[in-house]
Write a protein of this length. Structure first.
Length: 177
């Protein structure tokens, strides 16, 4: 890792919990949670959405990338522990204006990297103009579309959560420091 630039450190230090809530108010987080829950009726995958305002401490000083942080969060939430290895984390790091998608092995093998990047770019474009709710919901729908194509709900699996899946209270997380 390389050290963060002074400009990046300032952006992260200025990203307060108030600014995070302004971009993702409770109503937006509720809409995200509902969208995830509704989408999971149509596929056997697992979608988890995490918003983090900024990095702090050693992670910031040593220049942890949004991608590395997303992988760390994916692991911390144990999203790799699903029956079909088809969990997808949508990770937003507001201070860096970054969106990262981390897919478990099953989803990663079936969905092209270009498709993931297109979803990230679409979300970032919405966020850049202040349309956080729209960008988040579009991203969730796009991920769900891919999961539906590759991991449809089978009649026997309908309603049966995979071991380790996020429960509804963990489908969305807003990390505040």
């Amino acid at each position: 890792m390389t050290r963060s630039s002074p400009a990046r450190i300032c952006k992260h230090l200025l990203m307060t919990p108030w600014r995070v809530r302004r971009c993702f108010p409770r109503a937006t987080l509720d809409a995200v949670e509902l969208e995830i829950k509704d989408s999971e009726a149509d596929h056997a995958g697992e979608i988890c959405f995490v918003v983090e305002g900024a990095l702090y401490g050693a992670a910031l000083y040593h220049g942890q990338s949004p991608r590395d942080r997303a992988i760390e969060v994916f692991s911390r939430l144990r999203l790799w522990d699903t029956n079909h290895r088809n969990a997808v984390l949508i990770y937003v790091l507001l201070a860096d204006r970054a969106v990262e998608l981390v897919a478990d092995r099953g989803a990663h093998l079936k969905i092209r990297a270009d498709d993931w990047q297109d979803i990230c770019r679409t979300m970032q474009a919405s966020f850049a103009v202040g349309r956080y709710r729209r960008g988040a919901l579009m991203g969730i729908r796009a991920v769900a579309k891919h999961l539906c194509a590759h991991f449809p709900v089978s009649a026997s699996a309908a309603g049966a959560p995979a071991a380790g899946d996020c429960d509804s209270s963990k489908d969305i997380e807003c990390i505040e420091h």
